[in-house]
Design a protein around this ligand. Structure first.
Ligand SMILES: [Zn+2]
Length: 324
């Protein structure tokens, strides 16, 4: 029955394709196509906290031998195909969080500031679409110093993008990226990241607060050591009452590859073995406690759950909900 139906459907399509193109005049009432996506904003509650996920845009990364360091290109392409994704290049989204605790308005990571990818840099305009004012942000928490997380802290003309915010950064990130010795010893491919960190943080260095692991940095938001991606990379637990979301930051890049295959090492992980250990620990925690997770490079709205599947995991995206 299914086969018959499919054959009939494809047969009909083929017949249509064989016909000369029909000239159909557009209906006079038709509106022009918008030609772009609607703003990437999504809201949910964690206890008393209101959380808004804001998409800054996406970057595009070619899928080549260097992308996953310890898997064959065939296996990587097969995993993408299983997820119905293109196999030649991967769109990697950037999603920030605004947590309104009722007392503080906290932004976790800042996106690209429009300085890394022509298809990103929309944090502030998407905040406006969500009814959020950049001047109302009173704390910016940085997970790590890669450009796609810090460049949005400053505008292109060098002004503070969140002028009233206290800026909090991991102390181990500051120690590594702002150290002259580390900068001079860095491999060529990492020099750009050192330069970006200096460009962003040096002008505001005296206003920056550093935080360690397992610290409640804002009431309700606790840092969790998730080292490996970078030396001081942090995840966060955002908790209000009995409710919580585990903010994974870059513990995993795109879930179709690295949640499904937690042993795969993305090229961006500086210490891949430690990063894998952090990933497995956080995924096990999320799966066992059935925690909501938020992943910086997950497809928007970049939130859902992690389910254990043998020695792998599945990312189960949250369903859109009109009620928050
Ligand atoms: Zn990142």
């Amino acid at each position: 029955m299914t086969e018959l139906t499919r054959r009939a459907a494809f047969g009909a399509l083929a017949a249509t394709a064989a016909l000369p193109a029909l000239k159909i005049a557009p209906a006079a009432a038709a509106a022009p196509a918008a030609g772009r996506q609607v703003p990437g904003i999504y809201r949910y509650k964690i206890g008393e906290f209101e959380v808004t996920a804001i998409n800054d845009g996406v970057g595009s990364r070619p899928v080549d031998e260097s992308f996953v360091k310890n898997a064959s290109l065939d296996d990587v392409k097969a995993a993408l195909e299983t997820a119905f994704l293109p196999t030649d290049k991967l769109a990697i989204p950037y999603t920030q969080l605004i947590v309104n605790t009722g007392h503080r308005v906290v932004l976790i990571d800042t996106g690209t500031g429009g300085q890394l990818s022509p298809t990103a840099g929309h944090l502030v305009e998407n905040m406006e679409a969500a009814g959020l004012d950049n001047k109302a942000v009173d704390a910016v928490v940085i997970s790590h110093f890669h450009g796609d997380h810090i460049m949005g802290l400053m505008t292109k003309d060098g002004k503070k993008a969140f002028p009233n915010a206290e800026v909090m950064v991991p102390e181990a990130e500051w120690a590594y990226w702002m150290d002259e010795g580390e900068a001079s010893r860095a491999p060529e491919g990492r020099k750009g990241a050192f330069a970006a960190a200096r460009k962003i943080f040096q002008p505001i260095a005296k206003d920056i607060a550093q935080y360690g692991a397992e610290k409640e940095i804002v009431p309700g938001i606790t840092s969790i050591a998730a080292y490996g991606h970078t030396p001081g990379h942090m995840a966060f637990r955002v908790a209000s009452g009995a409710d919580q979301v585990l903010v994974l930051s870059d513990t995993s890049n795109h879930p179709a590859l690295f949640v499904r295959n937690p042993g795969w090492h993305v090229t961006f992980d500086m210490d891949a073995a430690t990063a894998e250990e952090s990933r497995r620990t956080l995924f096990d925690m999320a799966a066992a406690d059935r925690l909501r997770v938020q992943g910086y490079h997950f497809p928007f709205p970049a939130t859902g759950h992690i389910a254990k599947a043998g020695d792998k995991y599945d990312f189960v995206p949250a369903f859109w909900n009109p009620a928050i």
